[in-house]
Design a protein. Structure first.
Lengths: 734, 761
């Protein structure tokens, strides 16, 4: 044993000196530190190969990414009566014959005979397949450089060093795994060579080695001279500073018409009425933009729109007709809380620590849909912390630091949720059940007490509801996830792309495109007391938000630095309301008053009766992921807008816009102008006016006397409105 | 002649209206729900009153609707200060469904219950609120901001909700005023789950309340404001009524909410001899770090005011002492779930160490409560509570703590969530509550749960009586009733020792006369050698629920135990022992009880699967033939393992009767059609005569004759319309009177049994 330890130290020293990842002929091996990384690098223990759930591949099973090295040792060396390895003739080992392709292998050649990995494994087999010292562990990995600027088309070689618990280090560049978080910006080879592509911005390369992760951050500059508006608030400072750094210019500020439509859509989920648009354009108050933002934030539409967002994420789903009461109550609770601007931390606390009945405390309805502590924890982690814990239930998270103990430690907060039946089927009464909160780690069989993602929350007495302790941890200003996850989510709402993307996958290996801005937003949100309206106010008042969507030469390729406004299609509900608003029609939703807006729908049940909402991707509230909402375009959407029965009905609805305009005794140009204000919040251009007038009157525009009142049929106005609906300008927030 | 004729016709029309009135009141509902009520024979129910309340010292008109409330005579209130007389038409005839209600000036504000005396007896009751504010009624059509109904401050508006709509009201207030917007709905028997919104004058929401609470609105600037009211799921209709209270609150005044019915669990509060208010109050902060010192016994008032509020009381305990602890909070109407942990305070190396002595939670329901499934599997009344009633014993001398918290209070701040904490030495006692016995008749049905004690001649109705026992009382509780109508008797099947369920049988003699009383149900027992007697509360459901999937029953306590006999119908079958005597037998042997079936109608099915009520025999079941005039129940005492003693039992089961609803109504409707036809013929003849007269009349007379002809023609048209309506009513009455299969609970008259000890060999 003493000899082995001495050898271990020796190998570490040698490797550190040599800076190589292999072991020399006469040095004993550590299975965990030498062999497992080779298997991982070769992909043997990936989820689709021998770490596949349910027994691996063809009877040969390895743990995912080598997180259970001693299980792997058993499987490799002992299982199958040791048939996989032949120490006396290592090259004849089944392991090496398969890996090198000498024996047919469905996974192909993963360890060519002349590779370092092959030779290393061969020597290990020849050496009697020693286990090695299990006490020497990798404590961290270092990437050199940690960050750098790489010009488009240039390359940079990364070097990776592993540091061990015995104080030794060695280079593991060949054994580490690399992954770019944006393949459109940078690629990376198996050997750690990074190549910057043409898109400017920030990109991360994740580096993994033996369960540890690190990241290389690269800035890819465009290198053009950049011009930016005068910053108005801290957001502008960070956005423009980043643009300056990467040499990307800003688009110009958008005009009032674009702004009123954009901000009304983003805050209130609706298009402005023609009157609102006209009044805003005529208003000469220099503060009119910020005043409009305040008005919108005070309006019930703001609460309706954001409640629509949150309730879908909180799975306010109707599975049974009897769910109607709890769904309406829950939706209303979220909506009313947003209307009253309840601080975000309080809102989340009321949800997580909900007790009582649905009617007395609608937040309880969340526990009706999310019943199991593990599911509750996973949803909370993803939605409120931006952390995906699902993987860690069965194995160490491959891209993160989360272990199974972290998983069960977090779910332990929910293990004292008591339930009693109520008079309503499917609805339980929720209460705190006194007792010690703990969850069983199914792998180790050990009971785990509540731990908040590696952070100690102290001992929780049996009398205390652990969910309240979790809520307290969430709202702690030092919490590294809670505020960050929210500001990132809201940033994405207004800018189409999160600073961290996807917005609910916050991890060390998925860096923000503008870390300083994210931190500043987080700080602002915390200092405001988790004030959601203030966050929206700060974002929408920024110059960055008010940039044009039209790209300039210096930012045409930018996709992640917010040098311009990124247009996005209106959400299903918003688009339906917008069409109703423009056509003067209403959509009839079951059990709701006539005139109820689609953004105010309490649950997913209305998708069934509305092909429109389905086609345009309204979510079914099945998951906590915003990705469930489909925002992509499809042929079905185009056909629906062009030809669907419900669109036709809206165009021709009695008392609708087309009928009113046809009956109006006003000059045709005024009527066209009215339509353009209603659809786009702006007057028509000369060309648009000319085309429209000619279409409606059959005469050339200049020949139409502004005082004459030509007879125009309802059908003609329907056609014109139909044309406006089918423009990108109408369908997109831009 | 012309004038006389007009008067005659007017009379006829009034009469028609009156008859149509009761049809409108009864058969329209009957037709809509006849299929739904194929479970349980028709029972009268008062469904709505409008308005739903009145101001003290005023007189006003009330319109009522009901179910099976034909030939209604009186509208009765549970408070003597509230009286009603039928509204009369110009001829002095009562107008059906309309009453003039007077509220005496010395009446105190609160809830009373209204009910109708019908041909089937006294109806199930409906809540009616007596208050001191000005009462107004809703202007229909107030469904938008533009059409908002103006409301003065300090008024109550009586309203009904339109489905898929939002009612709008407008009020004007001064800056700084404190306005309480309080919507009474669930607590006054309405089906409405009210959502109340205070909005600015343009209808932009400012404050919303959806949990049945009130809004205390501090007026931000003088001007006009909108109140919106709707149902949580936008349901509506006449059963979705509400009373919108708009009150100005003086600064610092505690906002008093509207009156509410009592939940069933509240029957067990307060214990005998407990004062309305405790002398001792909790003093915050009295948490874990600063317990409040008390001495036992104690009676303390407190509140779960803050989120996760934990109140800790500390006392010196003496080894061997046994204490009973009782907490009321949920039973006071608060949405709370109190829990108590009693701990001994010790120390270890200078550190305080708490050792659990007892943990006490809910008061369990004394009988199995129905699950929330579709099929009926037990009474859906929870006589238990989320409050606390239990015992703890001091194991060692020393400092102890009572740690009190609300399991529902983790996140809310609401000082109105009060509690009462009593710790006492054992004071054995009991509390009782009763409700109509129900059984599985048809899946989803919960109809009988809301039926009144309105008896047909020859019928026996069973009430299920359950007890909450206090402080270790385990003795037998004898049940009885007082103050029953003529021809009605009641028999109590006792609650046995250590059990919590008994039965009261209320039997109307076949020839019992029409009548009603406010009866009393009593439980009596010997406690520590002393006879005590406790009044039993009565619970009922606010609405008949024919389909549990579509509606959850709403239980509450009712004010009076109203027992009545309609006198117009007899029950389809009466089952009674052949003789009124004590049937005797010996332990381990058999007793045969000959039964007589007094059958007054036909039944579907030849037998009824009969079960048994009453301790000692509850396992006994037999098939009772419905097509025979007698049967025999053979009780095998060996199989039943009934020990010697005196017993009182009854048999019951579900039988499907061929029931004809109110055949006399067909004759009335038919006569109405005939009468209207006759009036129509008369009017037609009259018109022809006038036309003839016109031909020979002077120009001067023509004017008068033409005018008269026009009147007659108009009356003809009106009567023709009434004939049409009367024909429909006749059709409906005829349909209702056709024999239909209705399953009902049949309960026998009581049977007295004595089991003698087995003879020594």
């Amino acid at each position: 044993m003493a000899h082995f330890l001495r050898s271990c130290v020796l190998i570490c020293c040698l490797v550190a000196c040599l800076g190589k990842a292999d072991a020399s002929d006469d040095i004993p091996f550590s299975f965990e530190n030498d062999i497992v990384p080779v298997l991982t690098k070769a992909g043997c223990n990936s989820g689709v190969c021998h770490a596949k759930a349910g027994g691996g591949q063809n009877g040969f099973e390895l743990s995912l990414l080598g997180f259970e090295p001693w299980d792997d040792y058993e499987h490799l060396v002992m299982a199958g009566r040791g048939r996989r390895l032949f120490p006396s003739a290592p090259d004849q080992s089944l392991l090496l014959r398969k890996a090198s392709g000498k024996t047919p292998h469905r996974g192909g050649i993963v360890l060519p005979e002349d590779s370092n990995g092959y030779q290393l494994v061969k020597r290990w087999i020849a050496g009697g397949t020693p286990k090695g010292d299990s006490t020497v562990l990798v404590t961290n990995i270092q990437v050199i450089p940690q960050s750098n600027t790489i010009k488009p088309g240039e390359k940079l070689q990364l070097k990776v060093f592993a540091h061990y618990s015995n104080g030794m280090s060695r280079e593991v560049t060949d054994l580490a795994l690399y992954e770019s978080n944006d393949l459109g910006m940078a690629t990376v080879t198996d050997g750690g060579m990074v190549t910057a592509l043409d898109l400017p911005g920030r990109v991360g390369v994740m580096v993994r080695f033996q369960g540890l992760v690190n990241v290389f951050n690269a800035a890819i500059p465009l290198g053009t001279a950049s011009v930016h508006p005068e910053p108005l608030n801290f957001i502008d400072e960070h956005v423009f500073r980043n643009l300056e750094l990467i040499g990307v210019g800003s688009s110009r500020l958008c005009d009032d018409a674009t702004f009123v439509r954009r901000v009304t859509l983003d805050i209130a989920g609706r298009i402005p009425s023609s009157t609102e648009a006209r009044e805003f354009l005529l208003d000469d108050d220099p503060e009119k933009r910020s005043k409009l933002i305040d008005r919108l934030l005070q309006s019930p539409s703001y609460a309706d729109y954001f409640a629509n967002k949150w309730t879908a994420l909180l799975k306010n789903r109707r599975d049974d007709a009897s769910d109607i009461t709890s769904n309406f109550a829950f939706h209303a609770w979220v909506r009313d809380s947003l209307l009253a601007n309840v601080p975000y931390d309080q809102l989340v606390r009321e949800l997580l620590a909900a007790t009582g009945t649905v009617i007395a405390n609608p937040a309880v309805a969340w526990y009706k849909r999310v019943k199991e502590p593990k599911q509750q924890m996973e949803d909370v982690a993803q939605l409120f912390l931006g952390v995906r814990m699902q993987c860690a239930q069965c194995h160490h998270h491959p891209f993160e630091r989360w272990s199974q103990d972290d998983y069960y430690g977090l779910s332990a907060f929910f293990t004292r949720v008591g339930r009693k039946p109520t008079g309503i089927q499917g609805e339980d009464l929720i209460f705190h059940q006194r007792g010690k909160a703990e969850a069983k780690n199914v792998k180790t069989g050990q009971m785990v007490t509540p731990v908040a993602l590696g952070q100690d929350v102290g001992v929780i007495a049996p009398d205390e509801d652990p969910r309240l302790r979790l809520s307290k941890w969430l709202s702690d200003p030092g919490n590294p996830f809670f505020a960050k996850a929210l500001v990132n989510r809201y940033w994405k709402h207004f800018f189409k792309r999160g600073l961290i993307e996807p917005e609910d996958d916050i991890r060390d290996t998925n860096p923000a495109s503008n870390p300083a801005l994210l931190k500043a937003l987080e700080d602002h949100f915390l200092s405001s007391g988790f004030d959601l309206k203030e966050l929206v106010r700060a974002i929408t008042n920024s110059r960055a938000y008010q940039l044009q969507a039209v790209p300039s030469d210096s930012n045409l390729v930018d996709r992640q630095n917010y040098s311009r406004f990124y247009p996005r299609r209106l959400q299903a509900e918003v688009l339906l309301d917008a069409i109703d608003e423009l056509t003067g029609s209403t959509t009839n939703f079951a059990n709701l008053p006539l005139g109820t807006k689609a953004i105010a729908l309490p649950d997913n049940s209305y998708n069934k009766s509305s092909p429109f909402l389905r086609v345009f991707g309204r979510p079914e509230s099945l998951s906590v992921c915003e990705c469930e909402r489909v925002q992509s375009a499809s042929l079905a959407q185009s056909l629906h807008l062009i030809n669907a029965g419900d669109i036709k009905s809206k165009l021709s609805v009695a008392g609708g816009t087309a009928q009113k305009l046809a009956a109006q005794k006003t000059p045709v140009k005024d009527r066209v102008s009215e339509l353009y204000f209603a659809a786009f919040s702006r007057p028509p251009t000369e060309t648009e006016l000319q085309i429209s007038v000619e279409f409606l009157t059959g005469q050339q525009s200049e020949k139409v006397d502004s005082e004459t009142l030509p007879e125009i049929t309802q059908q003609q106005f329907e056609d014109l409105i139909w044309a406006l609906i089918n423009t990108k300008e109408f369908l997109f927030n831009h | 002649m012309a004038i006389h004729s007009t008067v005659h016709n007017a009379l006829g029309i009034q009469l028609t209206l009156r008859i149509l009135g009761w049809f409108a009141l009864t058969t329209s509902i009957l037709c809509a729900e006849i299929d739904a009520q194929s479970v349980c024979l028709p029972a009268p129910r008062l469904l709505t009153t409008f308005p739903m309340g009145g101001q003290i010292g005023t007189e006003f008109e009330v319109t009522v609707t009901g179910q099976y409330t034909e030939l209604t005579s009186d509208l009765r209130f549970s408070h003597p200060g509230v009286t009603a007389t039928p509204v009369k038409d110009s001829q002095g005839n009562p107008v059906n469904g309309r009453y003039t209600v007077r509220v005496a000036s010395n009446t105190t504000p609160g809830l009373v219950e209204a009910s109708l005396m019908t041909r089937l007896g006294l109806s199930a009751s409906r809540i009616f609120t007596i208050g001191s504010l000005t009462e107004v009624t809703q202007d229909k059509g107030n469904l938008s901001v533009e059409d908002a109904m103006p409301l003065q401050l300090d008024t109550v508006c009586n309203c009904t909700m339109t489905a898929r709509s939002i009612d709008h009201y407008r009020f004007v207030a001064e800056q700084g005023q404190r306005i309480l917007v309080d919507c009474a709905a669930k607590g006054i028997d309405s089906k409405l789950n009210p959502v109340v919104v205070v909005a600015d004058e343009n209808g932009q929401d400012l404050v919303v309340e959806r949990r049945g609470g009130a809004i205390e609105f501090r007026v931000p600037s003088s001007g006009s404001y909108i109140v919106k009211v709707h149902d949580l799921t936008f349901k509506g209709g006449e059963h979705y009524f509400y009373r919108l209270n708009l009150r100005v609150l003086p600064d610092q005044a505690i906002a008093k909410r509207h009156f509410r019915t009592s939940q069933v669990s509240s029957f067990s509060w307060p214990p005998q001899g407990v004062a309305d208010h405790a002398l001792l109050k909790e003093v915050e902060p009295n948490g874990v770090d600063a317990p409040q010192r008390i001495e036992l016994p104690c009676d303390i008032e407190g509140a779960f005011a803050k989120a996760a509020d934990t109140d800790v009381f500390e006392f010196q305990g003496k080894k061997g002492d046994a204490w009973w602890i009782e907490i009321a909070s949920e039973r006071l109407g608060c949405p709370t779930d109190p829990t108590v942990v009693v701990q001994r305070v010790g120390s270890d190396s200078g550190e305080v160490v708490l050792q659990d002595v007892a943990e006490l939670n809910d008061i369990p329901s004394p009988v199995k409560v129905s699950s929330n499934g579709y099929a009926y599997d037990g009474p859906p009344y929870n006589a238990g509570s989320s409050d606390v009633l239990g015992k703890f014993e001091i194991k060692e001398d020393g400092l102890h703590r009572v740690r009190l918290s609300d399991l529902f209070g983790g996140t809310r701040n609401d000082p109105s969530n009060v509690y009462r904490l009593i710790i006492r030495k054992a004071k054995p006692d009991f509390a009782l509550v009763a409700w109509g016995l129900h059984m599985p008749l048809r899946n989803g049905d919960r109809n009988a749960l809301s039926k009144p004690i309105a008896l047909r001649g020859g019928a026996t109705m069973a009430l299920e009586v359950v007890s909450i026992r206090r402080d270790g009382f385990d003795g037998e509780i004898h049940l009885s009733m007082d103050n029953l109508p003529d021809g009605v008797t009641a028999t109590g099947l006792s609650i046995p020792p250590n059990q919590n369920r008994g039965i009261v049988l209320i039997t109307a003699h076949e020839n019992a006369p029409r009548g009603m009383t406010v009866a009393e149900i009593w439980g009596s027992a010997s406690v520590q050698g002393k006879e005590i007697k406790r009044e039993c509360h009565l619970a009922s459901m606010a609405w008949p629920v024919p389909n549990h999937w579509s509606e959850v029953p709403s239980p509450r306590l009712v004010a009076d135990v109203l027992v009545s006999v309609g006198g117009d119908e007899t029950t389809p079958i009466t089952i009674a022992p052949r003789q009124v005597k004590v049937w005797e037998g010996t332990e381990g042997e058999k007793i045969s009880i000959p039964l007589v079936h007094m059958r007054r109608g036909e039944f579907s099915g030849a037998v009824m699967a009969a079960k048994t009520l009453g301790a000692g025999f509850e396992k006994f079941q037999f098939e009772l033939p419905l097509d025979k005039d007698s049967s025999e129940a053979v009780l095998d005492l060996a199989a039943l393992k009934t020990p010697p003693g005196d017993y009182r039992i009854a048999f019951y089961g579900g039988a499907v009767a061929k029931y004809q609803h109110y055949p006399a109504g067909v004759d009335i409707a038919s006569a109405n059609v005939d009468r209207l036809n006759a009036v129509h013929v008369e009017l037609k003849s009259k018109a022809e005569n006038i036309q003839k007269m016109l031909q020979a009349a002077s120009e001067e007379a023509k004017g008068m004759l033409n005018a008269e002809l026009q009147n007659v023609n108009e009356e003809q048209k009106r009567v023709a319309g009434e004939i049409k309506a009367a024909a429909i009513q006749l059709k409906n009455a005829t349909s209702a009177a056709k024999a239909k299969d209705i399953v009902d609970i049949v309960v026998s008259e009581p049977v007295n049994i004595r089991v003698h000890p087995r003879k020594e060999q």
